[in-house]
Ligand binder design. Sequence first.
Ligand code: SF4
Length: 148
Amino acid sequence: MKEKVKVGIIICDRYHKCAGGKCLRALRNREGAFSLYKDREVELVGYTTCDGCPGGNVEYAPAEMKKNGAEVIHLATGLVVGYPPCPRISSFKKFIKEKFGLETVVGTHPIPQNYYDTHSKLATWNSEVWQETIKDVICDEEMRKAYD
Ligand code: SF4
């Protein structure tokens, strides 16, 4: 097995009461965006919210996660499935790279099928940019249903 990777998760504050069940399950099973670490041990070294629009905690939380050894920050799947999706994802990614030198992955657990169905009807992700953004969490239907 390759070297362990340490990750931090930042969730959308609209889900601030979330206990992290889907993210932690996906992490454990290496599903969704965590399939990037299929052959690696993963340690979660931080978990917090963006603190609400416009995401002020993104200015600070990655520093604390980095002190704990984080190499990658995951922006949770809630940022892409909420209504509307977070409009600041690309800004967060650029900022986290520039300020902290950390890579960012968009997504944690697979997109649940019910969100997939609604956003398909809304054509939310009908662009190359969005398809690239959700590529690690779109998964197949069976997997999406498993996270409904
Ligand atoms: S939409 Fe974006 S900035 Fe607003 S609460 Fe959610 S993650 Fe934070």
